[in-house]
Write a protein that binds this ligand. Structure first.
Ligand code: B12
Ligand code: SF4
Length: 430
């Protein structure tokens, strides 16, 4: 069979490669199918791609913010080309009954084994529960060569004022924590890992073929298995890959000074932590399983190891007040966060938070394209602060951080790209 794997794009798409499709392509090909990734984010035209490749099946991948575009593509493919349409990714997994209205089949969760199996059984219809891969190393190497990786590498990543040619890698799947705004609050799958050997092979491929200067670990959380994480760091040093600059996401409770020192030797420059709030009441409401003190201590240890701290913070948690936001601001200052990313709380489908507000969200008639975590009007879960107040607090926090977060050149680039937003930020600083 010929299968087109489609990655839709929307105006707010980030230029980051969809590795899920590259993984799927690999197992489909191993089963004897022909595949092509049609990637709108990389500038591919879906209709031209379909006309050239002439697939039997169109697979579409999307998270919530891409759902409207994905449905538009799916409806047109069914109407005009009459192909079998299969959908997967975070949004169809969370909202299968909605997605199935636009296609023949939804495969929920990780579909490397289930997609080819469903084709073999001739059963590409309805909602399919996946057979989740248990051994990640048993999966063939993702078909990165079907993605325009040079374009993605060139889009780069800015760390500490420098922009590096960067590509991503996934070394593990799953997370042991259950934060209520994250899909792991409802996910039942186990934590699984690629071996350090496999990770190093993939990194070497990206260095040799795409000349990367930096690697982005797309894992939900690194260092969940400290021994394996040490093995990865040791292997990067042993294979001379520690010239790569990298950052990764770690939970505050998994920060250990000895591991931080090893990470620095292996090329790590920055660690991202979802601190989320400076108020213990809010951390408990989010089910963060961390205390403000643990968060503060994690930041201290990271700085002591000579690494930078990127902190993620959320505004708009149910019950949050202006005083809680002030505590967050105080935390950012006291912990000397090097780069603060501020987001509005967004109840993504597939999370415990979404379930809590589901009826109101559906009644409010929100549109999925707003689910970017950058829009205070998406849906307000907070009873104490209006969207307008949240926006003001968001801009104040962001503006105070701007000079720490970005180099002058990066700020100038951003101001040229979006002058109205720049003016807005500056006016909030005054
Ligand atoms: C890496 C990652 C990113 C990366 C790269 C994204 C990318 N291009 O793939 C970056 C950092 C850029 C990113 C950004 C965002 N992300 Co993100 N991200 C992840 C993360 C941690 C891992 C994704 C991943 O690579 N998994 C491994 C691969 C193998 O799995 P996969 O991509 O899901 O693909 C598998 C299945 O989904 C399925 N599948 C996928 N496509 C298809 C298609 C078909 C036809 C079939 C049958 C199956 C199928 O099979 C694949 C193979 O197993 C997930 C968490 C998670 N567990 O999914 C969040 C996650 C996907 N992200 C999320 C969000 C919200 C975002 C942002 C909107 C938030 C933000 N502001 O930061 C932005 C938006 C980016 C943009 N503007 O384009 C949410 C999505 C929730 C939702 N309902 O939409 C998740 C689930 C995290 C969460 N909050 O719980 N993200
Ligand atoms: S620690 Fe991160 S990945 Fe894990 S449940 Fe919380 S938000 Fe999700």
């Amino acid at each position: 069979m010929k299968i087109a794997l489609i990655n839709p794009s929307v105006p707010r798409s980030l230029k980051k490669e969809n590795l899920g499709l590259a993984y799927l392509s690999a197992t489909l090909q191993a089963d004897g199918h022909q595949t092509r990734i049609i990637d709108e984010i990389a500038g591919d035209d879906v209709w031209q791609g379909i006309d050239e490749f002439k697939p039997d099946i169109a697979g579409i991948s999307f998270m919530t913010m891409y759902a409207l575009r994905a449905y538009e593509i799916a409806d047109r493919i069914k109407e005009e080309r009459g192909l079998t349409v299969v959908m997967g990714g975070a949004h169809p997994t969370a909202m299968p009954d909605e997605a199935i209205q636009h296609g023949d089949c939804v495969i929920r969760g990780e579909a490397e084994w289930s997609f080819p199996q469903a084709i073999t059984r001739g059963k590409l219809e309805g909602i399919i529960e996946p057979e989740v891969p248990t051994q990640l190393d048993a999966l063939p190497d993702p078909r990165r060569d079907q993605l325009n990786l040079d374009l993605y590498a060139a889009a780069g990543e800015e760390i500490a004022g420098f922009s590096y040619r960067t590509l991503g890698i996934i070394t593990s799947r799953g997370c042991p924590f259950v934060c209520n705004y994250c899909i792991n609050s409802k996910r039942e799958t186990q934590l699984r890992f690629h071996s350090a050997e496999r990770v190093v092979e993939e990194i070497k491929y990206l260095v040799d073929k795409h000349n990367i200067e930096s690697i982005a670990f797309y894992d939900e959380l690194m260092a969940t298995d400290i021994d394996r994480f040490r093995e990865i760091c040791d292997a990067m040093i042993a294979h001379d890959l520690h010239h790569l600059k990298w950052e990764c996401q770690i939970h505050a409770r998994r920060i250990r000074p000895d591991v931080l020192r090893l990470m620095k030797r292996a090329g790590c420059v920055q660690i991202t932590i979802g601190f989320e709030s400076g108020s213990q009441r809010m951390l408990d409401r989010m089910v963060k399983h961390a205390t403000v003190e643990q968060n503060m201590q994690a930041a201290r240890h990271i700085h002591e190891a000579g690494l930078r701290v990127r902190g993620c913070f959320i505004i708009g948690t149910p019950g949050e007040t202006e005083e809680d936001v002030r505590l967050t601001q105080q935390f950012i200052k006291q912990a000397e966060i090097d780069f603060a990313s501020i987001h509005y709380l967004t109840p993504y489908p597939g999370t415990a938070l979404f379930d809590e507000f589901k009826d109101q969200i559906m009644k409010a008639g929100v549109t999925w394209d707003k689910f970017t975590a950058g829009d205070p009007d998406t849906f307000n879960c907070n009873e104490n602060m209006s969207p307008a107040l949240q926006k003001r607090l968001f801009l104040q926090l962001s503006a105070r951080q701007a000079f720490r977060n970005y180099s002058w050149t990066e700020m100038a680039k951003r101001a040229i790209k979006n002058p109205r937003h720049a003016l807005h930020v500056v006016s909030n600083m005054i």
